[in-house]
Unconditional design. Structure first.
Length: 409
């Protein structure tokens, strides 16, 4: 039985227009760099590269060790993400530089609120994802295989040139799930650091510790979408598990890289006060009081069209619960003209960074602190600070258990 939601002609045209705009922007950007080729929709041989994280098994099978799924893949088959393929006992990525979306975005759109405010990020994605979230807003690329989307082939060095040409201090690996195009992100981030361009990963956090630690040698920031704080939600809504994401957040904290966390609050599914309180308590104890936490408003999409947009009151309540638990920087997202979009000094209460949509006024920030009282505000405030980041030595494997499911209310 086909469970795909029906699509009206208007929705189809809107989707096609959005895709065309993304590729149009990509083509314009690609013109900045000689030698960036355009694919014909099927992945070119140039996009096929050796995967970095896998083990060879008998009978030419392989086990992928990139993400917690650890897919065992027979010859000529692909992993769950649809973009990594077993070719004769060698595991290959099919999307190395095979970009289906490329745009210049405000860094606040990621959202990253404590990272180089008022700057832009060259944002890119390939097809594929290692989760299947029923509420995904980018499902037309995340849930598709590379040969099903129109793409541009842009090598890492060319991507860095585009960022520099467009005066973007950061490259953002985003939109779909960058973990599945790990090799390209890894090499592009390394090339960017060498030429003064930082890199941020906008991710679901579904990645194993060794791969994450290697990647963070080149990244300058990370945003993780924490889908919920119950195993039930992860299994039923995302076809994944909660514990590996929490472990990744602990690893990021151990590494010391700038990390922000976003929670999309979906009515009746992950918005109970009990779950929010348990989540906030965990973040305080495992990541510290200063980790920026964003509660974003849900809008019906993809396979979750039967629920209404998140009430503003629900977002306000979640923000208060999290701040009462001890978190000092809690934000409301996807809501225009909301005071919860601003950064406030935890000492004097003055507005340090004011945000209206993607318009940002950082005049209240001076030398990484509150201009009124001097209180230091944790974050990455200069390009030099971003590029100076180096991971802390590993303290050892994380073994803390995942929490029991929060009670609903």
């Amino acid at each position: 039985m086909n469970t795909e939601p029906s699509t009206t002609r208007r929705e189809f045209l809107r989707a096609a227009g959005a895709g065309a705009c993304a590729l149009c922007a990509a083509r314009v950007l690609a013109e900045d760099v000689a030698g960036s080729g355009v694919t014909d929709g099927a992945h070119p041989q140039a996009a096929v590269r050796d995967a970095m994280w896998f083990e060879r098994l008998p009978d030419k099978a392989v086990r992928c060790t990139l993400c917690p799924r650890e897919c065992v893949v027979a010859e000529v088959e692909r992993g769950y993400c649809g973009v990594r393929e077993n070719q004769g006992g060698d595991y290959k990525t099919l999307v190395y530089g095979n970009l289906c979306s490329i745009n210049i975005d405000p860094i606040e759109k990621k959202p990253l609120y404590h990272y180089l405010p008022r700057t832009t990020a060259l944002s890119v994605a390939t097809a594929g994802c290692n989760m299947e979230c029923k509420f995904c807003q980018n499902w037309r690329i995340s849930q598709y295989r590379p040969e099903q989307v129109e793409s541009l082939l842009i090598p890492p060095e060319n991507l860095v040139r585009i960022a520099r040409t467009r005066a973007a201090p950061t490259m953002a690996f985003t939109y779909s799930e960058p973990v599945v195009f790990y090799e390209y992100m890894h090499d592009a981030a390394a090339a960017g650091r060498a030429r003064g361009v930082g890199s941020v990963m906008i991710s679901n956090g579904y990645i194993r510790e060794p791969a994450l630690r290697q990647l963070c040698k080149h990244l300058t920031g990370v945003k993780v979408d924490l889908k919920a704080f119950t195993e039930k939600f992860y299994t039923q809504q995302c076809a994944a598990h909660l514990k590996p994401v929490l472990e990744a957040l602990e690893v990021l904290t151990d590494i010391g890289i700038h990390t922000e966390v976003v929670v999309l609050l979906i009515p009746t599914l992950n918005d109970s006060p009990a779950e929010t309180a348990q989540m906030a308590k965990w973040l305080v104890s495992h990541m510290g009081r200063d980790v920026p936490l964003h509660f974003s408003r849900f809008h019906p999409t993809y396979r979750v069209k039967n629920l209404p947009p998140t009430p503003i009151a629900t977002l306000d309540r979640a923000r208060k619960i999290a701040m009462d638990a001890g978190l000092r920087y809690v934000y409301v997202g996807n809501v225009a003209f909301h005071e919860g979009s601003n950064t406030y000094c935890p000492k004097c209460g003055k507005v340090v960074i004011k945000r209206v949509g993607y318009n940002t006024d950082a005049s209240g920030l001076r030398d990484g602190g509150c201009a009124s009282c001097g209180q230091k505000i944790p974050g990455v405030w200069t390009r030099e600070q971003a590029l100076a980041f180096k991971p802390k030595p590993a303290k050892g494997p994380k073994t803390s258990p995942a929490p029991a499911d929060a009670a609903s209310s």
